[in-house]
Ligand binder design. Sequence first.
Ligand code: C5P
Length: 406
Amino acid sequence: MQTLAGKKILLGISGGIAAYKCAELTRRLIERGAEVRVVMTTAAKEFITPLTMQAVSGHPVSDSLLDPAAEASMGHIELAKWADLVLLAPASADLIARMAAGMGNDLLTTLVLATDAQVVVSPAMNQQMYRNLATQDNIATLTQRGMQIWGPGAGQQACGDVGPGRMLEPMDLVQRCEGYFGPKPLRGKRVLLTAGPTREALDPVRYITNHSSGKMGFAIADAAAKLGAEVTLVSGPVHLTTPANVSRINVSSAVDMHAEVMNQASAHDIFIGCAAVADYRPQQVAAQKMKKTDDSDTLTITMVKNPDIVASVAAMAQNRPFTVGFAAETEDVEQYARGKLVKKNLDMICANDVSVAGQGFNSNDNALTVYFAGDATRPEGKQLLPLASKAELAHALMLLINDKIS
Ligand code: C5P
């Protein structure tokens, strides 16, 4: 689909091993209808040739500020004005530092100073360089100035290290561009959501938790932000990168999550309880590490009920947001989901059958059946969102919620 038809993207490549992915990135952007012009720093040309980038973009690559021929065809100010979006990928620590200092000592940094288009920075560097306070300060400076920071991802790095600093994958960047240019039906709406598991402490070193990966909740946060909403994500402990334009608050236990959500809820229009909240917590949290005893082979732990977060939001007397819950079921899905919709006084509940392999917990795909109070258009109050990636499903769910609140 030509989701980026007519969009003019200036791709700025700096010197990092991830630059080899820029050929693929450019092809995928063009496939979706975008026009791509490429600017490279001197170091970038050590990692991928201008000839490759010219071949995939269909235009000569610009790399010099002082080249009369290039200035005569499309001068640097013209190029800066041409762009609808300036995407810097990979953005090296050096490029980020030069931009933070406001320098214009090569074509790319000059363009960044001269453009009024949105500048997006996709950092890529060694994890230690990324964690360095100088880099972190520079990124904070760029954010304050209105640049968007996409990534980095974490994982195995070209240098052998493991950690944050990987450039986002080309398709991830493409999807973010689609989100940036896509329609914004949720503009002006504030969405609060919970995601991930909770941890219920037994003692200073042990806890009870569950297998929730947080992927569905993070995908919903991402979809809501892409559709223009202001998003607050209250997350239990997960290994996921915060989606672009989402403010994240980290919590650990159900009690902490409940307190944070109740603190935030009245300032939001929509609440989505996506977290796998522990129903119970140990009554006593031992102050010191619990010891094995010789006199018994069993251990009894008394558990007490946790507050039901989604039900607490749904019970708010004032400024109650439109409240959406999730129900992971292994049998009689419709009956249990509808039961929870009524019992917790929700506006909508998204049910997934977790007994089906390849969907739900920890998977990248999911299918949902959404139940809500019926109306004239859908008297049965039910909508099936068939098996799809969690990103696609989250997008469809946010559109459905938007449909119900408008
Ligand atoms: O009752 P059950 O745990 O199956 O309900 C699931 C829904 O309730 C989910 O939306 C989940 O986030 C929410 N929930 C909650 N607080 C709890 C337990 C569940 O918000 N203590």
